[in-house]
Each structure stands twice: as structure tokens, then as C-alpha cells.
Design a protein around this ligand. Structure first.
Ligand code: YXS
Length: 259
């Protein structure tokens, strides 16, 4: 069953999340289809990609598929986790990726949206970073990427409250480049895509890769790396990590013990 729909027209590649039954949760199957679509866009020399949900969607994506979060003892957001692979696919795609956002964006899907090059939202767009809801220790690469995209104090508020941020606030804090009425967002997005598609693809591809490489340029001593890994292991070996996932699956509030 297709979990995404994809289309190429006039050098513009569109990927539409198509798994409303699971609120477009970023399962490994959906991510595999998404990465396959990006690979196809590269072969077809697509000039710009658009990542979206259905028109009028209540949920753009519910984030990582909680049922696929590894149980105890393993890093829940390791380098080869499907969500990390999806984020790398967007960041390394050799053309701009526009996130056209209607509806709620949850958990790791916020990072996916932020890693797109040009986020455009409708008034229905909301953004909630939710590891604290699930008991997951977000990964260092993801934290750094979010720190690079929004003010540190706003990022901390989002991590520590797990509360959704509305579209207006998302505009104020730099999560969105544009806030466009729902009945205009498609025309607005495709107009921008057409503008990009008419410009030099090589120049744009190299500028995008330079921004990615320069954005990653923060030295991390082995000691700091080991300290971070130790902190993370403490969480994903904990009771609370298990409890967060089980509570979600049982549709009840988690009982956190802080250990
Ligand atoms: O009960 P059924 O089988 O119909 O399935 C339900 C939900 O279980 C399922 N679903 C998900 N399944 C796996 N992973 C998810 N993230 C997920 N979200 C939803 O979809 C079916 C319909 O869900 P339901 O009834 O709750 O829909 P709704 O319209 O009432 O509410 C939509 C949401 C998005 C507000 C609600 O589903 C929700 O709060 N979902 C969880 C959002 C979330 O906390 N995501 C973070 C996932 S963990 C993650 O991304 C990172 C690891 S981290 O946490 O570190 O950021």
C-alpha cells in the first residue's frame, strides 16, 4: 500500500504523505518510500521538491512511528534510524526542498520540516517537539540541527513543554518562512517552486551543500561525545523510556518515575 504519493511536473517533484490512518507517522515503510521518491527525483533531474500532506490535512505528520521505537537498551534515534535517514535525504537532496505545511507537526516531524530548505505554513500549522512526552532523549545531531534553526530559548521551551506552537508564533520564531492562507498556500508554494526551477540548478545545489557543511561545523571533543552518549544511555535504559512508549500504545498518560 502506498504511504506517499509522488509526482513530477515541470521539473518540480511533489511528495504527498498519504497515510492519514496513522496521521502520516514516519514509519520505516513510509520513509523508505519517501527516500525512494527523492532518489527518483535525482535521476529525473528535478529542480525543486515539495513535501506536503493532503490539502486541508489536520496532521502534516505525527512524527516518529512510536510502535517502531526500539525497546530498552538501544539508542532510539541512532545514526541509522529511519527518521535520521529521512532527514539526511532531505538535507543532501541536491535541490531545494519546500515543506508545505498544513496541520499538526509532531515530534521528529518538526525536525524533518525544519530541515527542509523553505518551510511554508498555513494557519492550521502547529509544531510540537515531544520527546519529553514519550520519554525519549532526543539525539545530539537533531538537537544541534534544531538549535541551528530556531532561537535556543524557544527550542528549549519546545523541548521542555512539548506544547504545540501555533503558526503565528512559528512565523515569529523563524520556524516558518511564510504564513499563507489555506486556500492560497498551494499556488504560493508552486509559484516559488517555479521560480527556483528556472534558476541555475548547479549553483543552487552547490550553495545548498555549502550551507549544510558549514552549518555542521562545530567541533566536538571525544570527551564531550562520550559524556553525551553516557547521558543518553541513562535515559534509554530507564523505566521511563519504556513507560513512555507503553503509555502511548495504551492511550494513557505516562507515570513518570524519573528513573
Ligand atoms: O489507534 P489507531 O490504530 O487508530 O492509531 C492511532 C494512533 O495510534 C496512530 N498514531 C501513531 N502511531 C504511531 N506513531 C505515532 N507517532 C502516531 N500518532 C498517531 O494514528 C491513529 C490515529 O491517531 P489518533 O486517534 O490519536 O488521531 P487524532 O487525530 O485524535 O490525534 C492526532 C495526533 C497527532 C494529535 C495524535 O495522534 C498524537 O498525539 N500522536 C502522537 C504525536 C507524538 O507525540 N509524536 C511524537 C512521536 S515520537 C518522535 O517523533 C520522536 C522519537 S521524539 O518524541 O523524540 O520527538
Amino acid at each position: 500500500m502506498g504511504l506517499i504519493r509522488q509526482e513530477i511536473r515541470d521539473g518540480i517533484g511533489t511528495i504527498t504523505f498519504d497515510h492519514d490512518a496513522k496521521r502520516n507517522a514516519l514509519s520505516s515503510a513510509l520513509i523508505e518510500e519517501m527516500i525512494g521518491a527523492f532518489d527518483g527525483f535525482i535521476k529525473q533531474h528535478v529542480r525543486v521538491a515539495i513535501l506536503r500532506a493532503h490539502p486541508g490535512a489536520k496532521v502534516w505528520s505525527a512524527g516518529h512511528d512510536v510502535s517502531e521505537l526500539p525497546r530498552s537498551g538501544r539508542d532510539p534515534l541512532a545514526y541509522n534510524d529511519p527518521l535520521e535517514q529521512a532527514i539526511r535525504a532531505v538535507r543532501e537532496f541536491p535541490a531545494p526542498v519546500i515543506a508545505m505545511i498544513e496541520g499538526g507537526v509532531w515530534g521528529g516531524a518538526v525536525e524533518l520540516a525544519l530541515c527542509c530548505d523553505i518551510p511554508i505554513g498555513a494557519p492550521s500549522a502547529t509544531f510540537a517537539i515531544t520527546p519529553a512526552r514519550i520519554g525519549v532523549p532526543y539525539n545530539p545531531a537533531g538537537i544541534l540541527r534544531i538549535m541551528n534553526e530556531i532561537d535556543l530559548s524557544v527550542a528549549k521551551e519546545m523541548f521542555f513543554t512539548a506544547r504545540p506552537l501555533g503558526a503565528e508564533r512559528a512565523m515569529q520564531v523563524g520556524i516558518l518562512n511564510h504564513l499563507v492562507e489555506a486556500d492560497e498556500i498551494e499556488a504560493f508554494t508552486f509559484d516559488m517552486a517555479r521560480t527556483i526551477a528556472e534558476l541555475s540548478p548547479l549553483s543552487i545545489a552547490v550553495m545548498k551543500e555549502q550551507v549544510r557543511l558549514l552549518g555542521n561545523a562545530r567541533p566536538l571533543s571525544p570527551e564531550t561525545f562520550e559524556r553525551i552518549q553516557g547521558l543518553r544511555r541513562k535515559v534509554y535504559d530507564s523505566h521511563d523510556y519504556q513507560e513512555g512508549i507503553v503509555a502511548f500504545m495504551e492511550k494513557r498518560k505516562p507515570k513518570w518515575l524519573g528513573k
